[in-house]
Design a protein around this ligand. Structure first.
Ligand SMILES: C[S@@+](CC[C@H](N)C(=O)[O-])C[C@H]1O[C@@H](n2cnc3c(N)ncnc32)[C@H](O)[C@@H]1O
Length: 358
């Protein structure tokens, strides 16, 4: 990775921009100038009843860019990084249930104040109190009173792009996740590296555009911090709603994307074929017909579904394990798993057919 090309902006400066933008400039979702920090995709039917239990003031100040609710959260301990006024915190709290819990962290006091103002209201509405809200900098997670390896799932919605030191965020997440836990998050990515002159523009930065990583630099950074096989779940290209913003960033394309990063020591740098398969039992609530691990793994219930070693680990070494049957083991390697983005780099040689050499 060209680390010079993604050198870090000054954290003090970017924090001031972000606190001003989200704490003072924006009053509601309607003030946004792009579709970056506002997920305009249709709200799925399963989310609607959860949102109906969330206070209108919290909903009005939602600035997320995607959905951050993976399957099977009941009983989980969840952490939301850059929780803002808490829309996702209160939605996830309902999914985690009384046996689970959600911690939300944000550095912008006015945002957190809205979340706190309605904490008791939500507890009464849900019939249980399982939310904790903390003021803090997610680039310094080890400065907060959070036990290492204590979270099943960490989420974040349109926040990492606003962080000056994205590597520090990923390192902190890796430290806080339990083995087999996952970071499931929506964020903004660019189709190329953003030059510092654009990055210094407070509106472009606040709108979640100019702090965005070039997507391939993100993949490298994730691998560098222990997440060997980042999995893309969904993506959409962003629309520039404001002509001034559109002119400033002409020539760049931006995408909102949801990735899931599993903390699994066994993951390899590529998808390797060990001749394995899984069978989904159809037993995850709300996913009776199929389980979607990521954009390329839609696993229908009851079907023998061939998988690479990494996908096997993502299902066997995580909270999904009881919902699958597993076929095969790692005793024999069959080369690279075809169709997973990496292919045999060598040209075929007719001599192979006869086993000849030289
Ligand atoms: C685009 S808003 C998204 C808020 C929330 N996730 C939502 O979906 O409504 C970004 C939030 O990230 C917070 N944030 C940005 N950088 C942060 C950091 N280094 N530490 C803590 N919070 C941060 C901001 O204060 C702001 O509330």
């Amino acid at each position: 990775m060209n680390t010079q090309a993604i050198d870090r902006p000054d954290a003090g400066k970017t924090h001031d921009i972000v606190k001003d933008y989200y704490g003072a400039q924006l009053q509601s979702t309607a003030d946004l100038k792009t579709s970056a920090c506002c997920d305009i995709t249709a709200i799925p039917s399963w989310l609607k009843p959860l949102l109906a239990n969330i206070h209108p003031e919290v909903l009005a100040r939602y600035y997320g860019c995607g959905l951050v609710a993976p399957a099977l959260l009941e009983g989980c301990r969840v952490l939301d990084l850059g929780c803002g006024t808490g829309r996702d915190v209160y939605a996830l709290a309902q999914l985690a249930g009384a046996a689970g819990s959600v911690v939300g962290i944000d550095m912008t006091e006015p945002q957190l104040a809205v979340a706190r103002d309605h904490q008791a209201w939500h507890a009464e509405r849900f019939g249980f109190a399982n939310v904790e809200l903390m003021h803090g900098d997610i680039e310094q997670l080890d400065a907060l009173a959070l036990e290492p390896e204590s979270f099943d799932v960490i989420v974040s919605n349109c926040v990492v792009n606003l962080c000056a030191d994205k590597g520090a965020v990923l390192a902190g997440i890796h430290r806080l996740l339990k083995p087999g836990g996952e970071f499931y998050f929506a964020d903004v990515y660019a189709d190329r590296r953003i030059p510092p002159a654009l990055r210094d523009d407070p509106v472009l930065y606040g709108e979640c555009l100019s702090g965005a990583l070039y997507w391939h630099d993100f993949l490298d950074l994730a691998r560098q911090h222990g997440f060997a096989d980042p999995r893309l779940v969904t993506d959409r290209q962003l629309e520039m709603l404001n002509p001034e913003v559109a002119t400033k960033i002409a020539g760049f394309r931006f995408f909102s994307a949801t990735y899931r990063l599993f903390k699994l020591a066994a993951l390899e740098s590529a998808c390797e074929d060990y001749g394995q398969a899984v069978i989904y039992q159809g037993t995850i609530e709300g996913h009776a017909h199929a389980f979607e691990l990521d954009k390329h793994h839609y696993i229908e219930a009851g079907r023998v579904f061939p998988v690479c070693g990494n996908t096997w680990h993502m299902l066997k070494g995580t909270r999904f394990e009881p919902h699958f049957r597993f076929v095969g083991d790692f005793s024999r390697h069959y080369g690279i798993f075809e169709g997973c983005g990496t292919a045999l780099p060598f040209d075929g040689n007719p001599a192979d057919a006869t086993g000849g050499c030289c």
